[in-house]
Structure formats: structure tokens, C-alpha cells
Design a protein around this ligand. Sequence first.
Ligand code: HEC
Ligand code: HEC
Length: 261
Amino acid sequence: MSLSRSIGPALLAATALLFGALIGVPASARQDGTTVVAAEESQPAQVAELTDAHAQAAAGDPAAGQSKAVVCSACHGMDGNSADPQYPKLAGQHERYIARHLALFKSGERENAIMLGFAATLSAQDMRDIGAFYAGGTVKPGLADETVVDTGPYNGKRFYEIGQAIYRGGIAKRGIPACGACHGPTGSGNPGPSYPALAGQHARYTADMLRRYRDGAVYGHGERGNKVMSEVAQDLTDQEIDALASYIEGLYPSDSAALPR
Ligand code: HEC
Ligand code: HEC
């Protein structure tokens, strides 16, 4: 899918260069150095498998995953739409992204005392089954903050518009790429272990993650790590982070069953 609709040509040139540097986009994904093309859905971007068991696990079975996820529903909601914003929504997240992060919790490469406990007993196959269950769900988006900002560099803009502009176009002069180039124009990410869906997520969780990435967090040791976000987020201000998180909470795929009418 081409992102040229939402991003101006100059920015595309800048972001294409940046992406080349950040993730080593294959030459075929850059056209004339001006167009960024998201990875094909059928060929999801890869990161190294965490363990041999993960490399060998079969595609997840959503029915098996549903029963294995009963214990998770206390925090993440029955259908993966958590009501309490301190717990991330998992509905609509990609199977292998969920499996990868469960493995990272289990190994301690992503530190969280609560999730360590819940991931510790899961096999690689359990992780994919649970991932498949949540991936089949639909995220229920929240609402973006429309309050007009009355001071600072974004004076006069609605709060979410600050995030929307960065999400769609980045900030070329500060080297911040458009989020949509990797996470998709509607925040649905890309299947596979790499690019998570963001749309509809609680703003509090998104903002937390962005602050951790800004502080340099990389989940996964050595080659298994994914440094991209620590580079993307390093120069974002607190206001930009909160506005991005607000915009993303209100974002949903246009064909979503959960679309507000
Ligand atoms: C007691 C509450 C609780 C329970 C039960 C729980 N989780 Fe979590 N989960 C959390 C919290 C808190 C986080 C956020 C961790 C962080 O901030 O890094 C989280 C994060 C996650 C993430 C990362 C999401 C992302 O977008 O990166 C996944 C995946 C996940 N949980 C899956 C599960 C699964 C599967 C189960 C059941 C086996 C489960 N959780 C049970 C509290 C819980
Ligand atoms: C070059 C590609 C790329 C760009 C551009 C990018 N991201 Fe990401 N993003 C990633 C990858 C890869 C991950 C997964 C990292 C990991 O596994 O730790 C990620 C993870 C995230 C997460 C964590 C989601 C979760 O549920 O765990 C958030 C939030 C996020 N990105 C927001 C953003 C925002 C906001 C922007 C724009 C300012 C952005 N990203 C730009 C590639 C990108």
C-alpha cells in the first residue's frame, strides 16, 4: 500500500532516507527515493525468532487460544478490550507480535513483574494460540482529546491534531518519521512479529511506551532486539507524546466493525 496520499513529497524523501537507515528497507521498497511503500501484508517484516521453539511453533489456533486466555481476561478484558487503561488492549493485535512479547516477558528481556508471572508457564505454542485468539478480535477505539491548546509551539491546534500531523507526516526538520509509514495509515500495523497495531489503544499505555522508548528501551537482546522505536521517539516532547497517544486512541480502521456510527 502506498503512503503517498497522506505524506508530502519532500517528507517522503526525508522519511525514505530515514527508513533506509533505520530498518534497512530493501531497495525495492524505495521508489526514486521519494515513495515509501509499506511491507506487503503477505510478507511481514521479520525480526529474529526468540527461540527454536518459536521458530517451530505452528500457526496459532484461536479456539485453543481462547481457553488459554481465560486467565488473562481479568485484566485485558474478555475480548481483549480492557476497560481499565492501566492494562493494554490486545484485541486486533497481531498473533506473532503478541507471541513475541509474551516470550520477551518470559525471558525477562521485557521487564514486568505481573506479566512475567503470566508468561512464565506458557509454551511457544500457547503464545501463538493466545495471539491468534486476540488477533481475531476487533479493537474498540476510544475518543481523542479535542481541547484547543492555548499556549506553546502548537498554540491554536486541537490537542489530537498535534499527534495526527506527526502520525501522518512526521517532523522532517527534526528527523522524526511518520508513524503511519510503519504502523499503517489507520494504525493497523503489519502481521508478523515486528509492527504492532496501535489503533484504539488506551492513550495512557501508548504514552507510557513512547516514554520508555524515548528513554532508550529496546526489547530483546542483541540481534533479537528491535531498536527502531528508541530512535523514532528520542526527540519527541512530552506534549507530542501525549497528543500522539490521544490521536491513536481515537484511531480505527475505516472498515472496523467497532466504527462509531
Ligand atoms: C493482573 C493483570 C494482568 C493479567 C492477568 C495479564 N496481564 Fe498482560 N499485561 C498486564 C500489564 C500491566 C501489562 C503492561 C506491561 C508493561 O507496561 O510493560 C500487560 C501487557 C501485556 C502484553 C503486551 C502488550 C503490548 O501491546 O505490548 C501482552 C501481549 C499481554 N499482556 C498478554 C497477556 C496474556 C496472554 C495474559 C494471560 C496469559 C495476560 N497478559 C495476563 C497485566 C496483566
Ligand atoms: C521505522 C518503523 C517505525 C516507525 C516510523 C514508527 N514505529 Fe512504532 N514501532 C515499530 C516497531 C518495529 C515496534 C515494535 C518494537 C518492539 O517490539 O519493541 C513499534 C512499537 C511501537 C509502540 C508499542 C506498541 C505496543 O503495543 O507495544 C508504539 C506505542 C509505537 N510504536 C508508536 C509509534 C509512534 C507514535 C510513531 C511515530 C512517532 C512510531 N511508532 C513510528 C516501528 C516503527
